[in-house]
Design a protein. Sequence first.
Length: 249
Amino acid sequence: MFQGITYNFSGARVLVTGGTSGIGLGCAQAFRDAGAQVLITGRAAGVDSYEGDFDGLAYRQVDVAERAQLRALAASLDGLDILVNSAGGMQDDEWGHDGFDRSIAVNLSSVFHLSTACKDLLAASDFPGGASVIGIASMTSYFGFEWTPGYGPAKAGLVQVIKTLGMSWGPLGIRANAVAAGLTRSNLTAFTLDHMEEMVADTLKRQGIKRTGVPADIAAAVLFLCSPAASWITGQTLPVDGGFNTGMS
C-alpha cells in the first residue's frame, strides 16, 4: 500500500472500529496487507451493506455509542495487540442537546469505554514494542468550527484521553497515540470535497502540501505508531494534515 516502506504485522491481532469506510477501512486494509488478523466494526447487520474491499477482514456489528455493546465486543475477543478507535463523525443537529450528547458518546466516550474494556487483553500482548491504542483526532481538536459544537470538543477531549492512557498504561506495556487527520476523503468529507470548492481552496491555501488527504495517508501514520519503530512514543497526537495546523489562515 505504501511506496518505499513495508511493515510486518504478522500474527498481530487488530481491532478497528468504524472500519467499513474512509480512514477506518484504510487502516484495516493496511494492517491486513501487512499480515495482521483484522476485525472491523460497523453499525449494519453485515459487511455486505458496505462498499469496499473487505477480503480477509472479519466483521462485527457494533454501535459504539452503546457502552454495553463495547463491553460485549471486548469480552468476545481471545486476544488483542492493537486497538484503532476510528469510529466517529459529526452527528445530526449537534447544536441540539441530543445531537451534542450523541457526538460526545460516539467520538469521545466510546474511545474511553472500549479502550478500558480491552485493557487486560492489551496488557497481555507480547507484540514487539508493546500493544497500542490509537485514536483518530481531527483539526477540530485544535480549532473551533461552527458546524461541530459536539464533534470538535469530543476530538479535543480525545487528545487528552490519549495523553492520560499513555501515561497511565505505559508500565503495562501499552502505548497510546493518536493521529489528527486533516481534510481527508471519507464518507464524512465527500460532500465538502466535491461541492464546496471555496472551502477546500481556503484549506489548501493554509497547507504547505497543496492536496487533500486520502485514507492511506492516515493509515501510514497509524501503522508507524503501532510498530516497534515507535516503541518509545506514547501519549502523543501526530497531525497528518499537509501542514494545515502550522500555516496561517
